[in-house]
Design a protein around this ligand. Structure first.
Ligand SMILES: C[S@@+](CC[C@H](N)C(=O)[O-])C[C@H]1O[C@@H](n2cnc3c(N)ncnc32)[C@H](O)[C@@H]1O
Length: 261
């Protein structure tokens, strides 16, 4: 289902170019006509892009911030290369692979992998999710504590993975392609996190998810890693070389060749 969205302009700050197609609303009274809206809100010395929509009758919103919260906590206390995601990506010794995260979403996994020393390219097809990501990356790249991580080797591309991946040059071939397409939650009750419900409203389902696996296998150098909920079947019904279980998820690993020693 397509939702009607707007950009609510509260001061002279124009919408980010990715959102240039949205109607710009300056009168708060008009926002009720839309299912959701983006706006900038001041945060410290910056403007932070937020998305708001009505969930269960209440206006609910979120923004992305790689400088604070879970992501920042994990940067200083995280499980390092012993984490399942690190094992799935074969991160051992000082290997710092280039990873193409072809289903960027909110950038949580990508920023975790960047924390672990990997170089990241991220593809996100939804211009709405990409706008939130782009905003968070720009702020993190300017923040003294996260500048080093997000100011380099962390690039976002807005578009379809199926169109962008085949355009990579041989120098740009990623060591690993990482996939985490949407999968319907088993429990559709209120327990499903609000943020995920808002993202779902922005991107809908990923009905073509299966098609990503053969494409990724063709273009990754060493392996493809697919994150799935523990209860989900294999992507494209294709059995992986191995699976690594974490609390609620499973990382299915498709090995193309052994990673360098
Ligand atoms: C479950 S979310 C990914 C969450 C992400 N791993 C994280 O840590 O935040 C899936 C995202 O992949 C994007 N996506 C799905 N298929 C895609 C494709 N073919 N090309 C680009 N983006 C895609 C969706 O728009 C959605 O934002």
């Amino acid at each position: 289902m397509k939702h009607s969205l707007a950009f609510y302009q509260t001061d002279s700050t124009a919408p980010p170019s990715i959102l240039a197609d949205l109607p710009v609303i300056t009168d708060v009274g008009e926002l009720d006509q839309f299912d959701g809206y983006f706006c900038f809100e001041p945060k410290d010395a910056n403007q932070e892009l937020h998305f708001y929509a009505k969930l269960d009758g209440h206006a609910t919103g979120f923004s992305l911030d790689f400088t604070q919260g879970t992501i920042a906590w994990r940067r200083s206390h995280g499980g390092g290369r012993k984490q399942q995601i690190a094992k799935a990506c074969g991160l051992k010794h000082n290997w710092q692979p280039s990873i193409l995260d072809a289903t960027g979403g909110l950038g949580r996994d990508a920023s975790e992998l960047r924390n672990l020393g990997c170089r990241l390219r991220i593809i996100e097809r939804s211009p709405y999710v990409a706008a939130l990501l782009q905003d968070a990356i720009a702020r993190a790249a300017n923040h003294p504590e996260t500048q080093e991580l997000f100011g380099q080797d962390f690039e976002l591309y807005q578009g379809q993975a199926s169109e962008l991946i085949p355009k990579l040059s041989s120098e740009q071939q990623p060591d690993i392609i990482y996939l985490d397409p949407m999968f319907p939650p088993r429990n559709k009750s209120a327990a499903v996190k609000k943020e995920m419900r808002l993202v779902k409203l922005l991107v809908g389902e990923d009905p073509d998810a299966d098609e990503l696996l053969p494409l990724a296998l063709e273009h990754a150098k060493y392996r493809v890693v697919v994150k799935r909920p523990s209860y989900a079947p294999y992507l494209n019904q294709q059995k992986p070389s191995m699976s690594i279980e974490s609390k609620a998820n499973r990382f299915d690993v498709y090995v193309k060749q052994a990673i360098p020693n």
